[in-house]
Structures are given as C-alpha cells and as structure tokens.
Write a protein that binds this ligand. Structure first.
Ligand code: NAP
Length: 269
C-alpha cells in the first residue's frame, strides 16, 4: 500500500496540491499517494481518528479546518500557535504535529533580497495576512503595518502581533518598501482586474508581492512592474509552502525548478 497523504478542506475547490505532491513522490521514486479529501466540519473529529488509526502520513489543511484541527494534534509549532492556524500535519515518531508552512512560503521568495525592505504594508487581515505579518517579522523587517477594509479586523491582527494599523483609506499615504496584497482583489473571477493599490502610488524601488496566483500576473503586479518595482507572484508562496510540507513528510527535497515548471504549466493550461 502506498503511504497516504492528502488535503482536507470544505468546500474543496480545485487545488494544485495533489499535482505538486504526486509529482514529487514520482520524481523521488517514493511509494506514496496524495488525495483531495473534501471534508465537512462536522466530520473532522472522525477523520482525525482515521489519521491516527490507518495511519495517514501527512495532511495539508485548508479552510475551514486550519484552527479546528489544532485540538486533534499532540504538538503545535510556535509559529502555528502564533498565527492560530495549522496548514500542515505530520508525524514525528508517535506524535502528530501541526505546523504552518504558509509562513515559510511567504518569506522564502524574499530571503534573497539585498537589501531587505525596511518597511512592509500588508493589505488584508485574514488568514493569509496573519501568515504574511508573522513571516515579515520572522524575516526581521523593522516596520510592519496592516490595513484592511474592515478596520476592526486590522486592529485585532495588529494588536496580536504588535505591529502598526493603518486606516484602509490611508494605506497609500506613505512610501512602503514592500507592499503585500493578501486580499482576493485581482483573483480570476469577479475580482479579476481589481487592485488594492493605485498605479501612481508605488514608491521607487519598492517590492510588490501578490499572494493571489491565478492569474499569474494580476493588475497589481502588472502596474507595479510598469512602475519599476520588483514583483513577487503568489505562485512562489504556494510553491514554497508546498516544498516545506513535502520536506516535513518525507525528509527529502522536491526539485524546486521542476516543481515551479509544473505549477506554471498547470496555471497556463
Ligand atoms: P480571508 O481570511 O477570507 O481574508 C480575506 C481578506 O481580504 C479580508 O481581510 C477581507 O477584508 C479582504 N477582502 C476581501 N474582499 C475584499 C475586497 N473586495 N476589497 C478589499 N478587501 C477585501 O482569506 P485568506 O485565507 O486570507 O486568503 C486571501 C487570499 O490569499 C485568497 O485569494 C487566497 O486564495 C490567497 N492565498 C494564497 C496562498 C498562496 O499560497 N499563494 C495561500 C493562502 C491564501 P474584510 O475583513 O473587510 O472582509
């Protein structure tokens, strides 16, 4: 029997995770298979019993289970505890661990930047924004701020992490060296073509980071590129959170360049 891995979420729309991990298993000759498991919230406790009994060797966890799954684990990393969400479940010996590789995914594409941005504006205050704020603090960016359409959520996030909170209508009033969109504005569907930033408000030399990866080049990134900014696509975050999961599950590294080519081909098809 191949070792079982998979993703749980509800509703579980199209996800590139099965393609990514099954490609990695095949490349490394591992006898393992990754499945998409749509799972209603009421079925989570029974499913987590199944994870222990079978066992299932690793899980990706997405909305709405990222917080609820924590009650079913033996250990939770400091990083996952700080942002209040687990996106990866793995075994360490007989203990079931929870980690958050979204934070690893957010920071990985920024690690090579020299110099590191000295300020970051995070747009949005949902789960991805929490990962971004935690990641930017982990990276050592000295001035991190958050702005959100619903002010109370931005204030709560800012208080949790000890960062600044800026009003949504004042978000473009300062010259941020890193601007990170974690809202779905610009995503394919109804929000495609929308952007959270004005084209003439990008500071010279800034880095524009969009967490949205479909389309690959959002309006936010296109306008940032035209303004001379460095741009980072959400595909990089998706890729690196997946590479980190694979490492936790198998102890091995998936080929990064090959995995990127696979994801780019999937998004362009
Ligand atoms: P979430 O928890 O639902 O948060 C969404 C945030 O976006 C909220 O702060 C919300 O503001 C804001 N927002 C929604 N619609 C908006 C609009 N029309 N105008 C302004 N703000 C708006 O979602 P999430 O889990 O953080 O995910 C956010 C995005 O990140 C999604 O597009 C998701 O696909 C993407 N994502 C990408 C990766 C990756 O690997 N690249 C990983 C995780 C998530 P309010 O509080 O006012 O509602």
């Amino acid at each position: 029997m191949p070792r079982a891995y998979g993703i749980i979420g509800w509703p579980l729309g199209h996800t590139m995770s099965p393609a990514l991990h099954n490609w990695g298993f095949a490349e490394l000759g591992l006898d393992a298979h990754y499945t998409a498991w749509p799972l209603e919230p009421t079925d989570l406790p029974a499913f987590m019993e199944r994870v222990r009994a079978e066992p299932i060797h690793g899980l990706s966890v997405t909305i709405p289970h990222k917080r609820a799954v924590m009650a079913h684990l033996d250990r939770i990393s400091d990083r996952a505890r700080a942002i209040g969400a687990v996106n990866t479940v793995y075994w360490d010996g007989k203990a079931l661990y929870g980690e958050n590789t979204d934070v690893i995914g957010v920071v990985a594409p920024l690690r090579g930047l020299d110099p590191l941005p000295r300020s970051a504006m995070v747009l949005g205050a949902g789960g991805a924004a929490r990962a971004a704020v935690a990641g930017f603090l982990e990276l050592g960016i000295p001035r991190v701020a958050v702005a959100n359409r619903t002010q109370a959520k931005a204030e709560a996030l800012a208080a949790d992490f000890g960062v600044a909170c800026v009003r949504w209508d004042e978000r473009m009033d300062a010259d941020w060296e890193l601007i990170c969109n974690t809202t779905p504005l610009g995503m394919s569907g109804d929000l495609e073509g929308r952007t959270p930033w004005n084209a003439d408000r990008f500071a010279t030399g800034a880095v524009a980071y969009d967490i949205v990866y479909n389309p690959l080049e959002t309006r936010f990134l296109a306008e940032a590129g035209a303004a001379g900014c460095r741009t980072v696509s959400g595909l990089e975050m998706f890729l690196h959170q997946g590479l980190a999961q694979f490492r936790l599950w198998t102890g091995q590294d998936m080929d990064e360049a090959g995995a990127r080519r696979l994801l780019l081909a999937a998004l362009r098809s």
